[in-house]
Design a protein around this ligand. Sequence first.
Ligand code: HEC
Length: 145
Amino acid sequence: MKHRNITRILCLVLGSLAINSAAFAHGTEKHGKTATADLQMKKLHEMMPMFSVTSAKLEAALEKGDVAEAETEAGKIIAAVPDLKKSKPHKNIKQRKRFVELATKLDKAVISTVELAKKGDVAGAKAAFKQVEEACAECHVKFRD
Ligand code: HEC
């Protein structure tokens, strides 16, 4: 009985070692990327500072109740979403499906922020904007930080 337990523990240890070294192997993969993938990463780097500025302006526009400006700023984010979906993060690149889902979440949240603002539902628009920030943060936790 005792012997069997030791074997089981050994298997667990060896198993987790194997998983860790597999993770290491994945970590080095990004160095061998093609020019296309580099371009996609560059796109992401260029897009994100714009997202930062634009979402701050969107929030300020909601505060002021400036629907036209909110629409303009939201439009910039919405226009960039197809590129965001095509781009590649440095981290967790295997989880592309989740990356695209979070880009979609961002898209939807921005769209509903503007729609609610246009209807004059300020509280609703602000709540939807919280979802925008959540999508930014969620994606960063998984794919950036
Ligand atoms: C679908 C994923 C995703 C979403 C959604 C997203 N980001 Fe990012 N963001 C990233 C990744 C990945 C990086 C890291 C870029 C890199 O290292 O190539 C990043 C980096 C950044 C940076 C740092 C600049 C840089 O190039 O490293 C800022 C600022 C930023 N994002 C702002 C935002 C804001 C604001 C939002 C929401 C309006 C947002 N992001 C939404 C994935 C996302």
